[in-house]
Design a protein around this ligand. Structure first.
Ligand code: ADP
Length: 229
C-alpha cells in the first residue's frame, strides 16, 4: 500500500544542512496497525506528515498503491485526503463554532455526499461512539476523551482506507486514552490501515508493528504476531 524509498528530509540553513529523516525505507501493507515511537525530535511527525502528503521529502520516492505521489498537484493531494486518508491529531483540531454533529458532517459536505446520506452516516457514528445525546453540544462542552472521539468520527466518516494518528492520546487521561486505543483497535480489525505516532509504550502495543525512530533513522522495526493488548 505504502512504499517509501530512500526518503530524506532536511532543512538547509546558511552554514549547514540539518537532517530530520535520513534514508527511510519503509513499507506498510493494507490492514496493518503500525506504531511509530521515538524521542522528541526524532522525526516521527515529519514521517507521518510525509505519509499523509502534508509534507514533502527532500529526496526519495513515495508510492501509494504503486503510484508515485510526490509530484502530485495540490488538487490531486486534496483528493487523496478526501477519499483515502483520515487524520487524528493530539489537539483534536475540532471547529469550536460547530456542534459535534456539524464537525462530523463537514468532511462529507466537502466530499459532495448527499444530505440524506450524510445524515445516515453521521447518525451511525454517533451511535457507534455513544454520542447521540451530545450531538448538539459544542466541543468545549465535552471531555477530552469525548472530543477525541469526535475527532476520530470526523476522520473516519468518509471511510478512509488509511488512518493517520499523531499522538491521539497525548492530551488524555489513561482511561480515556485506553478507550481511544480500543476504538482504533476495532477499526483496524474491520480492515482500516492505521499508523499512529505515540510516546506511550503501552498504547504502542495496540499496534501489530512497532517502528522506532532515532535521529531520523529507523532503528527498529518489529512485527508482532498478535497485538499485545
Ligand atoms: P517528533 O515528531 O519525533 O518530535 P518532528 O518530526 O516533529 O519530531 O521534528 C523533527 C525535527 O525537525 C525537530 O528537531 C525539529 O526541530 C526539526 N524541524 C522541523 N521543522 C524545521 C525547520 N523548518 N527547520 C529546521 N528544523 C526543523
Amino acid at each position: 500500500m505504502i512504499r517509501l524509498t530512500h526518503i530524506d528530509r532536511y532543512y538547509d540553513s546558511k552554514f549547514q544542512r540539518t537532517f530530520v529523516l535520513k534514508d527511510i525505507n519503509f513499507e506498510v501493507n493494507e490492514g496493518e496497525f503500525v506504531s511509530i515511537m521515538g524521542p522528541s525530535g526524532s522525526g516521527k511527525s515529519t514521517l507521518l506528515n510525509i505519509i499523509g502528503l502534508l509534507d514533502s521529502p527532500s529526496e526519495g520516492r513515495y508510492e501509494l498503491y504503486d503510484n508515485s505521489v510526490l509530484d502530485l498537484k495540490e488538487k490531486a493531494k486534496v483528493e487523496y485526503h478526501r477519499n483515502f486518508m483520515g487524520f487524528i491529531f493530539q489537539a483534536y483540531h475540532l471547529i469550536e463554532e460547530m456542534t459535534v454533529y456539524e464537525n462530523i458532517e463537514t468532511p462529507l459536505i466537502y466530499k459532495g455526499v448527499k444530505s440524506r446520506d450524510r445524515q445516515a452516516m453521521v447518525a451511525d457514528l454517533l451511535d457507534r461512539f455513544n454520542m447521540v445525546a451530545k450531538k448538539d453540544l459544542f466541543p468545549q462542552q465535552l471531555s477530552g476523551g469525548q472530543q477525541q472521539l469526535v475527532g476520530i468520527a470526523r476522520a473516519i466518516v468518509g471511510k478512509p482506507k488509511l488512518l493517520l494518528a499523531d499522538e491521539p492520546t497525548g492530551n488524555l487521561h489513561s482511561t480515556q486514552g485506553e478507550m481511544i486505543m480500543d476504538v482504533l483497535k476495532n477499526l483496524n480489525r474491520e480492515g482500516m490501515t492505521i499508523i499512529q505516532v505515540t510516546h506511550n509504550e503501552r498504547f504502542a502495543n495496540y499496534g501489530r508493528r512497532i517502528v522506532r525512530l532515532e535521529d531520523g533513522l529507523i532503528r527498529h522495526d518489529e512485527k508482532q504476531m498478535e497485538a499485545r493488548v
